[in-house]
Ligand binder design. Structure first.
Ligand SMILES: Cc1cc2nc3c(=O)[nH]c(=O)nc-3n(C[C@H](O)[C@H](O)[C@H](O)COP(=O)(O)OP(=O)(O)OC[C@H]3O[C@@H](n4cnc5c(N)ncnc54)[C@H](O)[C@@H]3O)c2cc1C
Ligand code: SF4
Ligand code: SF4
Length: 665
């Protein structure tokens, strides 16, 4: 593929600092062309308030996308316990628009759920009491950039991958990022900010200079590290305020990246080695531990056999000046993987959902493990998985102080809802066992509510105090956090409370293998198995619903309606099979596809998506017809947008006919 000339790229980069809708009036026209009539009381009221720079989405098909996130809460629990369907979804384009929404919501005492990319699992970005979802994806601009000071100010809805791309052109890079680089900057602030680069840069909080927030009273405030409200924003999970902008420290782009996997036969040696490197003066950029079962799964899913099945640490150094000097220290008891395997793993860090195919389905527990108990906590995770007869695909992402974020993944089967539910329960049992060994929660969402008593008391009080100050009416992410709620008022809170669920989990764990065998027996039963043999449903089950495909989809970037994306289309397929009515407008959005295959390139589950689109479109066209002229016009406009040019520049566009890049527009 021809490269875009560099001056043109520079112009495109500069354009991202402006309002894309003003720069591309055609895109603005298209954006509104596909809006549907406003439906529902609350939606009509907020639309009538005529808040500037705000889009209102109210059709069922549009809202349903926001009633779940990555890794679904088991159907039977969700349906019984939560009101996950929002009353209305709004997309603000500016902090002022958010202020308008907050004043409206506070006046009506309606709950606000802020949503970034929706990449957190198990209800992290799903409402539990309906209300208003504030979708931050239209706030994706770079507002200010100071190359001398190496700082950048962004709207909170920008995705890490887009920011990386912008910085790369300037010879700069972010200091750390989540392996879900498709998630939003604001979302990672709210999630806690541990990921790739956390060994060298620490948690995200160390890289943030200021955050603009909108409180539930509609005030816009700038919060800096000196402010007592600053720390509680990190990991606040949308409970205290809407994060509108973030000012980040950035760094020079590394000249080289040098990953190596160092293998050990035993866990304690692997942990000691990692903690030693994480706390050394010259730290690696990143340090991640993988369990033997994880390497076994890599071999299986990638049809290879060259990953040793052992305890492996992926150590990544940067800016290696002398290629002859091996800067990764290797103790005599360890072995080093060849460079090609190390580079492969360094890339695979960004695709942790790939293993879903083996189910289809992936579950996981996620805890913070202090370095003093790290080896014991990881050992406990291995023991619990063995007890439950599941392959422990463990990862530990290290921090600069030697603590680690432990992810304990295992395969489940989403086509068997009973097994899926029992496997979720196993996840809770494993988490509880890890907390009882001294682990701390990283994030709560809905699923980890039973462990709120394990939170650091000082951090919990800081968060509660920030909530009292910024959201006294308790409209932010209402029903989550300290007090879970849902359809039946206090029932979910009681059921999932540390006193009820927490104690029950501890008891079941105490019963050891007896309870594990009981759970195994129920999980392996033949109840609630999906029997329909449908290629679309199979794909929907393999899809991680992670949203990686959303931010690279040119049709989405122009419409900001997720129904045009792979995630949206696979959900549409699932809804069709469940008998949900798909409107004509909804069907039409599904046809707006350029076949550019950007979605396939970034797909976490490595799905072959375009043939699935053909099938979905065929089924919808049979029912609703298809306006080919409208589709053609859309594609033509999309191909002439700066967003599309940017995707071409990033090498993401593979399939579309496209235009002559060198020849310009
Ligand atoms: C493949 C994959 C890899 C991942 N790797 C990591 C990782 O390395 N580290 C990690 O921490 N997580 C990881 N995650 C989980 C998740 O992607 C991250 O936590 C991510 O940063 C969440 O951002 P988001 O934009 O998707 O937010 P969402 O999932 O939409 O929201 C997350 C929470 O933040 C709140 N929120 C979102 N935006 C705002 C805002 N602007 N203001 C206030 N509150 C807001 C939401 O209400 C919700 O409570 C991974 C997930 C996947 C699928
Ligand atoms: S092929 Fe391109 S336009 Fe179609 S869904 Fe994938 S990314 Fe979007
Ligand atoms: S289609 Fe692929 S990238 Fe998109 S949500 Fe599903 S797994 Fe993620």
């Amino acid at each position: 593929m021809n490269a875009v000339p560099s001056d043109q790229v520079q112009a495109l980069v500069n354009e991202r600092t402006l309002d894309p809708w003003r720069v591309h009036p055609q895109a603005g026209d298209l954006f509104h062309e596909h809006d549907e009539p406003i439906q529902g009381k609350l939606a009509k009221e907020i639309a009538a308030a005529k808040i500037p720079e705000l889009r209102v989405l109210s059709a069922n098909g549009a809202k349903a996308l926001y009633s779940r996130d990555q890794a679904d809460v088991p159907d039977m629990m969700k349906a019984v316990m939560f009101r996950s369907m929002p009353d209305v979804v709004v997309q603000p384009f500016s902090a002022e628009a958010i202020q308008g929404v907050m004043r409206f919501a506070a006046g009506k005492q309606v709950s606000i759920l802020v949503r970034g990319a929706g990449s957190s699992p198990f209800g992290g970005s799903m409402p539990v009491t309906g209300g208003i979802v504030v979708d931050m994806n239209a706030m994706d601009r770079i507002l200010d950039f100071d190359p001398q000071a190496a700082t950048v100010k962004v709207q909170a809805g920008i995705r890490w991958a887009d920011l990386e791309w912008f910085l790369e052109k300037k010879g700069l890079a972010v200091r750390s990022l989540p392996s879900s680089r498709f998630s939003t900057v604001g979302g990672w602030v709210a999630a806690g900010g541990i990921g790739i680069g956390s060994v060298s840069a620490g948690r995200l909080i160390n890289s943030v200079l200021a955050v603009d927030i909108v409180t539930s009273k509609g005030e816009l405030r700038t919060v800096t590290p000196e402010d007592k409200l600053f720390a509680p924003l990190f990991g606040s999970e949308g409970q205290v305020a809407v994060i509108a902008t973030v000012t980040l420290k950035v760094r020079a782009k590394p000249s080289t990246t040098f990953p190596r996997i160092v293998f050990f036969d035993d866990l304690p040696s692997a942990m000691d080695y990692s903690i030693g490197l994480a706390t050394a003066d010259k730290k690696p950029m990143d340090l991640t531990y993988y369990s033997p079962a994880k390497f076994k799964a890599f071999n299986k899913v990638m049809h290879r056999d060259d990953f040793p099945v052992a305890h492996g640490i992926l150590v990544t150094y940067e800016n290696r000046n002398d290629p002859a000097v091996d800067i990764v220290p290797v103790p005599p008891s360890a072995k080093v993987a060849p460079p090609y395997l190390s580079h492969l793993m360094a890339n695979e860090r960004f695709f942790p959902m790939k293993f879903r195919k083996l189910g289809p389905g992936l579950m996981g527990s996620e805890v913070l493990a202090p370095k003093a108990n790290l080896s014991r906590i990881v050992g406990k995770a291995l023991e619990m998985c063995e007890r439950h007869n599941i392959e422990p695909m463990l990862e530990v992402h290290f921090l600069d102080n030697g603590d680690g974020m432990l992810l304990c993944y295992y395969i489940t089967d989403q086509t068997r809802q009973l097994k899926y539910t029992m496997d979720s329960f196993r996840g809770l049992l494993i988490s509880k066992a890890l907390y009882d060994e001294g682990a701390k929660p990283y994030s709560f969402g809905v699923w980890n509510h039973s462990f709120v008593d394990h939170a650091d008391p000082h951090e919990a009080e800081e968060l509660a105090s920030a909530k009292r100050e910024l959201d006294p009416q308790d409209i932010m992410n209402r029903g989550k956090g300290a007090r879970l709620s849902g359809k039946f008022g206090g029932l979910p809170a009681t059921l999932f409370s540390p006193a009820v669920m927490g104690s029950a989990l501890r008891l079941v764990n105490k019963l050891g293998r007896v309870s594990a065998s009981g759970i195994n027996m129920i999980a392996s039963g033949g109840l609630m198995v999906r029997e329909d043999d449908d290629v679309l449903l199979d794909a929907a089950d393999e899809c991680a619903m992670c949203g990686a495909c959303v931010g690279v989809c040119p049709a989405y970037l122009l419409t900001k309606d997720e129904r045009v994306t792979a995630r949206g289309k696979l959900l549409t397929a699932r809804w069709m099979s469940n008998g949900m009515a798909i409107s004509e407008e909804h069907a039409h959005l599904t046809f707006l596809c350029m076949r550019c295959k950007a979605c396939e390139q970034v797909c976490q589950s490595k799905l072959s998506l375009v043939p699935l689109y053909e099938e979905i479109e065929k089924r919808l066209a049979e029912k609703h017809g298809r306006d080919d002229e409208q589709v053609r016009r859309f594609i033509e406009t999309a191909e002439h947008s700066a967003y599309y040019d940017a995707l071409v520049d990033r090498g993401l566009v593979l399939g579309a006919a496209g235009k002559d890049i060198e020849g310009g527009r």
